[in-house]
Write a new protein. Structure first.
Length: 278
């Protein structure tokens, strides 16, 4: 994650274009949904496809200064809510759950159009300004990259739910992956309990193909390259990697799609503990 003393400064225009492009892509996807698909369970516990869209509406509405449609005390307890962010999200989910799909679609298009207008008028200085983000204090631009990451991930939650794959590479995918990869050392060192002096290489194929190296020297950290072979190398498709990091699928059920070389036990330990996104 970013050091608060060193803000993440991102060029405004390409990132804003990518975020708006992501909203447009989701809008096109929503136009094609059937009534049954809107009510299909998503990969997220307790949420349907419509609930995923309601969550996106809620976050952009919050950034526009719009309060949730229901008060906190009016939301029933849900077993999938584990923190204050989740509780806040449920105020939008619960408040919009009885709306018709076309109302949800129109609401999404309206709020993202409003947000796009705001982002287009911002200056680079505005984009570089300090902001409180979901990952702590950083720049407003970093916050918008987390928004792209969230929207990109939820686009594919919808696609996975209804069985309609989409493009996971390209500019939008690269921005989303840049946000995701920052949490991989936490997954390796903290959740995966990789011992001191070990290293891990994730060899990804598919639309976001690349190698990711993590060295555990003191605190686990991303490194550009390793001085020698990794302690364990974990190979899989980038589509599976993102789902595992997001906790969308069970690693036990998908181990046949993962190839581990080197220290096999460590590789299995890391793969089964990859989920780290909120």
């Amino acid at each position: 994650m970013s050091d608060a003393k060193t803000p993440t400064l991102l060029e405004k225009e390409p990132l804003v274009d990518a975020l708006i492009g992501e909203w447009q892509t989701i809008g096109f996807l929503l136009d094609e949904l059937t009534p049954d698909q809107w009510s299909t369970p998503s990969p997220l516990p307790g949420w349907s496809v419509q609930d995923v869209v309601a969550h996106l509406i809620g976050t952009e509405s919050m950034l526009a200064g719009i309060d949730p449609p229901v008060e906190e005390g009016d939301v029933p307890d849900s077993p999938h809510v584990h923190n204050p962010i989740g509780a806040f999200n449920e105020r939008w989910i619960h408040g919009l759950r009885d709306h018709a799909p076309e109302q949800i679609r129109d609401h999404f298009l309206a709020i993202t159009t409003q947000r796009a207008d705001v982002l287009r008028t911002m200056t680079q200085t505005d984009f570089d300004a300090p902001a409180m983000t979901p990952v702590g204090p950083d720049s407003y631009g970093r916050f918008m990259r987390t928004r792209l990451f969230d929207c990109w991930f939820h686009e594919h939650d919808i696609r996975d739910a209804i069985g309609v794959p989409g493009d996971e590479g390209g500019v939008r995918g690269e921005y989303a992956f840049a946000e995701l990869v920052g949490g991989v050392p936490f997954a390796v060192g903290k959740k995966g309990r990789a011992p001191q002096g070990t290293s891990v290489t994730f060899a990804l194929s598919g639309p976001l193909a690349r190698e990711i190296h993590v060295a555990v020297e003191g605190r686990a950290a991303l490194v550009d390259e390793l001085p020698g072979p990794a302690t364990t190398t974990v190979a899989m498709d980038s589509r599976l990697f993102t789902r595992l990091c997001g906790g969308r699928v069970s690693p036990v059920d998908r181990m046949d799609e993962v190839t581990i070389s080197g220290h096999e036990e460590l590789g299995i330990q890391i793969v089964t503990n990859l989920a780290f996104t909120i």
